[in-house]
Design a protein around this ligand. Structure first.
Ligand SMILES: [Zn+2]
Length: 490
């Protein structure tokens, strides 16, 4: 003991300092530095600005609550600023976060997959999962939203656009052009393996399946055949022990008003899953996803065919997203890039499951409070254009399970059209779609009238918002063709 003690004293002080510095550096970078999962409720605009200036890693914002990852220093700052953040967890918070429904099945799935579960007042479970739990979650959960982090803290949302004079006749003409047989063709093409005869050789559009590539091209060809500007928007999806590069398909109909940057989006996810089929093997088994979501994709493709025959003041963008079934990867990628580029997305209509209902022609429209006006706008067109469909309005910041949610995260007004906001339960005017996320979600089970009517409503609403440039309206602005010659000065 004494000997060792004496030796220690002999170590030069500079070496000790160096060792100390190296240890500190390792601690600062290493995985052991604790982070905190917190929730804080800003009580004023000033507090929002203060929270934003601290640059927390924001996972989620909804119903006035900011959920974020913070360092100890950031947490101290919040308290110094007089806020009372609630610490849900702290330590070495490995893994990533997902939201899933807090019903019985959600709770069971979370118990099975998650490293930690945090029940929320909004009817969600916030779950932290490791890589293996993440894949199990994709298989087992009815619906999911992955929390990618780094969200901006948004200021109060814009209000609805002012009303403009427009010709209902020309919009009615567009509505009348929506074709049920075109919609059927798209749904069947998306679910079907075209190399086999007939309509019963089913395809997979699971995001990790190589077959997704074929349908990506099918959508691209349709858009480009209409003369639209089309792009593949690539991103990386991680899982199943590796990663895949997959693509959103983005088509643009540029607005004619040189002074407008406004963009209206109509979108749907084209990937699918059949994970609720017992023993489903994603590498070999089909995932026809006719209702979820060949229907929405078909509506976007058909809206593109109709609307591309006209000119609009504002830009319209038609988007088919991938990676939705793993927690909204494609739309998150797109919305984040749009926000970083400063895009002025003035309204988004996302369609997801709009073709199953054996008892009614009904569609629910969901939005957050800032998108309330858009829900009203689309529902008003039922009467305006004589479309015989029942619509329900649901305003909640908490329905996060489809691609509209990614746009809401970046402050863009966005709504979801869906046959029922909880398609796995029976409810008013709706019997649950028991084919949901199984290999039996096929064309033959669909209500094509419902898909046609939902497409008509969407076409009418996007057309009105983007403001059609009609020949009649333009003519009234034309200067006389023969301009009187100036009088010679006398
Ligand atoms: Zn879906």
């Amino acid at each position: 003991m004494r000997v060792r003690h004496r030796k220690l004293r002999l170590i030069p002080i500079t070496v000790l300092m160096l060792a100390l510095a190296l240890t500190m550096a390792a601690l600062a970078q290493g995985p052991d530095i604790p982070t905190y999962l917190i929730q804080v409720v800003p009580a004023s605009v000033t507090q929002r600005v203060q929270i934003a200036s601290l640059r927390l890693n924001v996972l989620l914002e909804g119903e006035g609550v900011v959920t974020a990852i913070a360092t100890g220093e950031q947490l101290d700052h919040l308290r110094i600023l007089g806020m009372d953040p609630r610490v849900l967890d702290y330590g070495n918070l490995q893994g990533c976060y997902y939201l899933l429904p807090a019903d019985d099945s959600g709770a069971e799935v979370a118990r099975e997959c998650a490293l930690a579960i945090y029940p929320q007042d909004t009817g969600h479970l916030l779950a932290r999962v490791g890589p293996q739990g993440e894949e199990l979650l994709w298989q087992r959960a009815t619906s999911l939203k992955r929390l990618f982090g780094a969200l901006p803290l948004l200021s109060e949302a814009d209000s609805a656009p002012g009303s403009v004079c427009l010709s209902h006749e020309v919009v009615q003409e567009m509505v009348n052009k929506v074709s049920q047989s075109d919609l059927s063709e798209h749904v069947r093409s998306l679910q079907d393996d075209d190399s086999e005869p007939g309509w019963d050789a089913l395809r997979s559009r699971y995001s990790f399946s190589s077959e997704l590539d074929i349908e990506k091209q099918y959508i691209h060809q349709h858009f480009s055949g209409l003369g639209l500007q089309v792009e593949y928007d690539p991103f990386t999806l991680y899982g199943h022990g590796g990663s895949v590069e997959i693509f959103n398909v983005v088509a643009t109909l540029p607005g004619t008003d040189a002074f407008s940057d406004q963009v209206y989006v109509i979108c749907a996810h084209y990937d699918s899953t059949a994970s609720r089929t017992p023993d489903w093997d994603w590498e070999t088994d089909p995932a026809p996803g006719a209702d979820d979501n060949a229907t929405g994709t078909a509506a976007v493709m058909e809206a593109a065919r109709v609307l591309s025959q006209y000119e609009f003041a504002h830009t319209i963008r038609f988007i088919a997203f991938a990676g939705e079934e793993q927690g909204l990867w494609g739309s998150q990628h797109y919305a984040e890039a749009a926000w970083q580029a400063g895009d002025d997305i003035a309204g988004v209509i996302n369609l997801d499951m709009v073709g199953y209902n054996t008892v009614c022609d009904k569609v629910d429209f969901l939005g957050n409070p800032a998108s309330d006006w858009l829900v009203d706008a689309i529902r008003e067109n039922v009467d305006q254009y004589g479309i015989e469909v029942i619509t329900e309005k649901i305003i909640s910041a908490s329905f996060t399970y489809s691609d509209h949610s990614s746009f809401l995260d970046y402050g863009y007004p966005a709504i979801l059209g869906i046959e029922d906001y909880q398609p796995w339960f029976n409810s008013y005017c709706y019997d649950a779609n028991h084919n949901y996320h199984t290999v039996t979600d096929t064309y033959s089970t669909l209500n094509m009238d419902l898909l046609e009517k939902t497409t008509e409503l969407t076409v009418a609403t996007i057309a009105e918002l983007a403001h059609p440039v009609t020949v009649g309206a333009t003519n009234t602005l034309f200067l006389p063709l023969i301009w009187p010659l100036a009088e010679p000065l006398s």
